[in-house]
Design a protein. Sequence first.
Length: 417
Amino acid sequence: MSKIADQWLRDILRTLYQRRDLTRSEIIQATGLNPASVSHALRYMLRAGAVVKVGDLQSSGGRKPEVLNLNGEAAYFVGVDLEGHRIRFGLASLIGDIRYRWEYDLEIGHPLDSDKLFEGIRKVLKYLDSRQMARVLAIGVSYPGLLDQQGRLTAVNLGWNKFPLVAELREKASKQLPVELPVFFESDRHSCVRAERWLGCGQQYNDGLYVISERGIGTGFFLEGRAVEGFRDMAGELGHCVIEPAAEDRCNCGKKGCLESIASSDNIVRQYLDKVGRPRFREKMTIHGVYERARRKDEAALAVLARAGKAWGLALSYVVNLLNPEIIILGGDLISGEDVLVPLIKEEIGRHALPELIGGLKIVVSGLGFDIRLKGACSLAFRKSIADPHLLKKMCLPVFAGPTREADRLDAVPSLP
Ligand SMILES: [Zn+2]
């Protein structure tokens, strides 16, 4: 039997991970591999159990084409999302579903203790038996802020200033977890855009933009099918583009009139409270409350959303003219503002971008919801795992039902044919 190239396995795993439930001919078409290589690699993966048959297609005659998918039990990945008001942890199977999750609220004003991260990871691992634990391959971490060349993270929400995140997690992972796992890191804007590209609305498109609005604003984009990271890994700082140079709204970055200072969820709430002058709302009011008031035609809510919509639309019109995307995916709190804020954004983009670039442009809200970074972090762990020959091999080890057997162990399995 001829040797199976790692690249065939990678291409097939990646294709099934992204698109699920495919026939052999669809896999051949999507991977661009020759049919004999796909057949050979699929035979190997079906025998090992990494790929399973999930059904047959209806056929008018002759052999029914088999429908194949990944076996969720063949590998698990841990995702950690460090953004926002909450730290989220998830355990995803090879088919990308989050099996176990745990989250906790950040204590504002206190630097996050990295031991809490290991506590969260242990919580999502604790339901696995020894056989499943042996198939956990990697941890993916989606981080906010700026990670410098030395792996030190500066992130306001975590209370970290040049915190040695990479060294701390990699060093402690071997001591604090029941299994030794490699840890991979990716900025939240890249993990979001990759999650959309791999699992969400962006799958069918090669040129797209993802924006998320929560406390701040994040943007990521992919061009010609590849996520763009930029020279310092900071491409996509749309939130800090100055949209109203004369504005008095002070941004977290120190400037005034940035998109974020006018149109992020927290700043929409701030402006609403400034307008209504009722500080008793300050503890309770959220962006969802502002949306709800706008639906009831509350003038102050309509006014702040009109300003935010204008700022969003103007900023995005520059991106449309510059990058000519096929799709803009709106995430975070923009999802629940689909009826009251998104139409204003679309209208403003239409007013400012070149008409030739708007024709065919799709503007949609994300279907991945609030777990997008968690899913992105798990998919980071998957992507890094298939790129690593050792982890790739582990993913394609025979999947046995029942208790752990000696043959489950990597070192007990012969090399690929
Ligand atoms: Zn700014």
